[in-house]
Ligand binder design. Structure first.
Ligand code: FAD
Ligand code: PHB
Length: 395
């Protein structure tokens, strides 16, 4: 299989195929350092953690991952805890940076000695309607062609695979939000053991972490807000204004070591397959980060794809490949709905009036006082049951 992109989707798929004896070549246009250093997701669902452990790449996760059995929702100056583990029969989420996941997977790939090209130039794909597609690229000054049975488009939202599908073959569903997230990493010990999602009149804010010494925080801003507009002092003033609760809880202030603004969108391209090209992860769908679902969806897509490939190569059966898109999209749409709901319940829209804000507060009041509502959030936040059950990553 030819895999375009060495983000979480491409690397996970490559290793799952390896564990099932299926050859793959991974082609990535950025450098190894760039791919590892990119600061992004932090929350892994229970199923993603189980998958990484079953694949034998969970050592770092077990050593440094922070298991969270609950989270807080904060509004009107008070934090309300939702006990994820108690409401879901013991499930939890694990905070472990995407950087670390990607580093662990690159190490695992390197140990297999299977091909992984970084800094590939002019990557292209062709022959999608044939049974022998080709990935073309330049590397180290030379042209390369990978002839494969299938191509996995794991090259993210801005990649080349989705745009290689002929016009009219895909239906795109999209919503762009009128806000973005300003995210920072700060050298500050987390002042809470669990995440705090805050709905404030001035806009959404999120308290998270990466380690016992590093806090990760987000602030709702305009989608195209230049980061230069925000001095470190202005960021801390706004974080504290939105997050400080009446009981005096607030994030610990520290030196800001990274800051950036991310726009927010919901996006689905369907079907997730064209001929012998299979889209997986952000190349097929984007969720706003409020539900912490993006990386987890990438993992569930490639699990479905790896199982389908195993069935094809072992038994010559194409039925799982034919069902790939429908199987993934059922989960994707539930994650889209959840992420949209978390986003619209916690953020402030520019056209929002007093009625809308009061309705949001009532929604949060109901959420944090009804066991049924908390259970609904909890089971979606820790991750709905997987479409593919596995005892080991030999599937
Ligand atoms: P990507 O990570 O985008 O990887 C695609 C890879 O393809 C990249 O390495 C890219 O360089 C490469 N590529 C692109 N074009 C080409 C080309 N032409 N040729 C070769 N290679 C190419 N998700 C969660 O689950 N939990 C969270 O808590 C969470 N928080 C987030 C916070 C923020 C601020 C952001 C921005 C995202 C967050 N996400 C979260 C989403 C998550 O980061 C993504 O969903 C995830 O990275 C998707 O993985 P992927 O492999 O599909 O795509
Ligand atoms: C993060 O820690 O980066 C994070 C946590 C929760 C989210 C999104 C991002 O919903």
């Amino acid at each position: 299989m030819g895999i375009v992109g060495a983000g979480p989707a491409g690397l996970l798929l490559g290793h799952l195929l390896h564990l099932n004896g299926i050859d793959s070549v991974i082609v990535e246009n950025r450098s190894r350092e760039y791919v590892i250093d990119r600061v992004r997701a932090g929350v892994l669902e229970q199923g993603t953690v189980d998958l990484l452990n079953a694949m034998g790449v969970g050592a770092g996760l077990q050593r440094a991952g922070l298991r969270h059995e609950g989270l807080y929702v904060s509004f009107r100056g008070s934090r309300h805890r939702i006990d994820l583990a108690e409401l879901t029969g013991g499930k939890a989420i694990t905070v472990y940076g995407q950087n670390e996941v990607v580093r662990d997977l690159i190490d695992a790939r390197t140990a297999t000695q299977r091909p992984l090209y970084f800094e590939a130039d002019r990557v292209s794909i062709g022959g999608l309607d044939s049974s022998s597609p080709i990935i073309g690229f330049r590397h180290g000054g030379a042209g390369h062609e990978v002839h494969c049975d299938f191509v996995a488009g794991c090259d993210g939202f801005h990649g080349i695979c989705r745009p290689s599908i002929p016009d009219g073959a895909l239906t795109v569903y999209e919503r762009v939000y009128p806000f973005g997230w300003l995210g920072i990493l700060a050298e500050a010990p987390p002042s809470s053991d669990e995440l705090v999602y805050t709905c404030h009149e001035r806009g959404f804010a999120l308290f998270s972490m990466r380690s016992p010494r590093v806090t990760r925080l987000y602030l709702q801003t305009l989608p195209d807000e230049p980061i230069e507009n925000w001095s470190d002092d202005a960021i801390w003033d706004e974080m504290l204004e939105r997050m400080t609760t009446r009981d005096g809880w607030r994030p610990t202030v520290g030196r800001i070591i990274q800051k950036s603004v991310t726009p927010m969108r919901s996006f689905v391209a369907a079907p997730m397959r064209h001929g012998c090209l299979f889209l997986a992860g952000d190349s097929a769908h984007i969720v706003p980060p409020t539900g912490a679902k993006g990386l987890n969806l990438a993992a569930s897509d490639v699990l479905v794809l790896a199982r389908a490939m195993k069935v094809y190569y072992e038994h010559g059966r194409r039925d799982r490949l034919d069902q790939y898109s429908d199987t993934c999209l059922r989960r994707v749409w539930k994650a889209q709905r959840f992420s949209w709901w978390m986003t619209s319940t916690l953020h402030r829209s520019p056209d929002q009036n007093g009625f809308d804000h009061q309705r949001q507060i009532a929604d949060l009041d109901y959420l944090t006082s009804s066991r049924a509502a908390m259970t609904s959030l909890a089971e979606q936040y820790v991750g709905l049951p997987s479409e593919v059950s596995f005892d080991s990553a030999g599937l």
